[in-house]
Each structure stands twice: as structure tokens, then as C-alpha cells.
Ligand binder design. Structure first.
Ligand SMILES: Cc1cc2nc3c(=O)[nH]c(=O)nc-3n(C[C@H](O)[C@H](O)[C@H](O)COP(=O)(O)OP(=O)(O)OC[C@H]3O[C@@H](n4cnc5c(N)ncnc54)[C@H](O)[C@@H]3O)c2cc1C
Length: 179
């Protein structure tokens, strides 16, 4: 996407010299997989507050999904079924399950996004506001002006908290003007 003359003026006015079409806040599975797809067409900046490519989550999944999403090389263990129990609920995974090396999975997605030109920075998303048809994104280090902001900050997202949005762990929220 080309940036318009009006956008150029805004960039100068706000002292923002870098141009991205889309900012994705959060480099977890949601943010990275969105970047892999969107970076085929758009210039993407991912902001991640922690060291990008690391997570404390552990991922159990199904063998067919690892194949479908081309992350089989991150499989560490295969098993035929497991039952997770907690005081309030239990959950079964049966047949052809896998445990994935979580950091390896993130690494694979990062490599694919970067290969398409995505930039990933260790930088904390703070806030955003709509401006002249786009979004002004404020971080711990400065500001960016983009067409679209995608919230992939997981269940602890500042945006979800700010707007008291969905209280679900798979919430995925997009802000911005039309591309
Ligand atoms: C202990 C644990 C075990 C789990 N086990 C499994 C499992 O076995 N199988 C399974 O399918 N799922 C599992 N899950 C769930 C799985 O981890 C989540 O569904 C998945 O991580 C959600 O991906 P996400 O990208 O939406 O969010 P997240 O993985 O939470 O990623 C959000 C990213 O945003 C970043 N971020 C947050 N705030 C900011 C900010 N202000 N600025 C910049 N970056 C920010 C975070 O650092 C993080 O990297 C587990 C979760 C946990 C906690």
C-alpha cells in the first residue's frame, strides 16, 4: 500500500518517519500468524514487550494441526491421549496428540514473517487514537502512524481492558480505518 500525500504531511507534523501499513501489538501465536499472512501484501511492524519469540505457555495440540500449519518440526512428543483436570473442569485430548516446543513454534512464525519483510521490535504498546483516517499508536519509545492496528496482546491486552471488551482468552481485536 502506498502512503498518501496527506499521510506524508502527518508523518512530518508528528515527527514519525517510519512507514508501516499495519502494526500488530503482541508477538504470540495470534500476532505472528496474522503477520505471516498479512506480510504477503502489507508492510508490518510487530511490537512485543518481551523478548520476541519467547513464551511461558506450553502447547499441547493435535498432530493433524501441526501438519496443517506446517510446524511439525517443532513437535517434541507424540501421545495417544491425555486428560487435563482442575478443581472445576476436565478436558480430554484423544488420539494423535503432540507437545510442541513453544519457543520453536514462535521462532518458525517469526522467520516466515521476517522473510516477507516484517519488522519485529521489543517495544511496549501503550495506547492509540484515531487520526486523519488512520491510527496513531503510542509505545514506550515513541509514536507510529498506521492504517490499521491489530491487537494480538492476548487476554492481558490493554485495549481489551481499556474498553472493557470481551472477557475471553481468544479475544482478537482489530482497530483502524479501511485499507
Ligand atoms: C500455562 C499455559 C499453558 C497453555 N497450554 C496450552 C496448550 O497446551 N495448548 C494450547 O492450544 N494452548 C495453551 N495455552 C493457551 C495458549 O497459550 C494461548 O491460547 C495462546 O498463547 C494465545 O495466543 P495469543 O497470541 O492470542 O496471546 P499470547 O500468547 O498471550 O500473546 C500475547 C503477546 O502479546 C504480548 N503483549 C502483551 N501486552 C503487550 C504490550 N502492551 N505491548 C507489546 N506486547 C504485549 C505478550 O508479551 C505476548 O507475547 C496455554 C496458556 C498458558 C498460560
Amino acid at each position: 500500500m502506498e502512503i498518501s500525500v496527506a499521510d506524508e504531511a502527518l508523518l512530518k507534523k508528528t515527527n514519525i518517519m517510519e512507514k508501516y501499513d499495519i502494526i500488530i501489538a503482541g508477538a504470540g501465536p495470534a500476532g505472528l500468524t496474522a503477520a505471516v499472512e498479512l506480510s504477503r501484501k502489507f508492510k508490518i511492524l510487530i511490537l512485543e514487550r518481551r523478548k520476541p519469540g519467547t513464551t511461558s505457555s506450553t502447547w499441547y495440540s493435535y498432530a493433524d494441526r501441526a501438519k496443517k500449519y506446517d510446524i511439525e518440526e517443532a513437535v517434541t512428543t507424540r501421545f495417544d491421549g491425555i486428560k487435563f483436570t482442575s478443581p472445576t473442569q476436565s478436558h480430554f485430548m484423544k488420539d494423535d496428540c503432540v507437545i510442541l516446543d513453544h519457543n520453536k513454534v514462535l521462532q518458525l512464525w517469526m522467520e516466515r514473517a521476517i522473510a516477507n519483510g516484517t519488522v519485529i521490535r521489543q517495544e511496549t504498546f501503550r495506547d492509540y487514537e484515531y487520526k486523519d483516517g488512520g491510527v496513531l499508536v503510542k509505545t514506550g519509545k515513541g509514536k507510529y502512524y498506521v492504517r490499521l492496528l491489530i491487537d494480538a496482546m492476548g487476554s492481558g491486552s490493554k485495549i481489551i481492558a481499556k474498553h472493557n471488551l470481551i472477557k475471553r482468552h481468544d479475544a482478537w481485536v482489530i482497530y483502524g480505518g479501511l485499507i
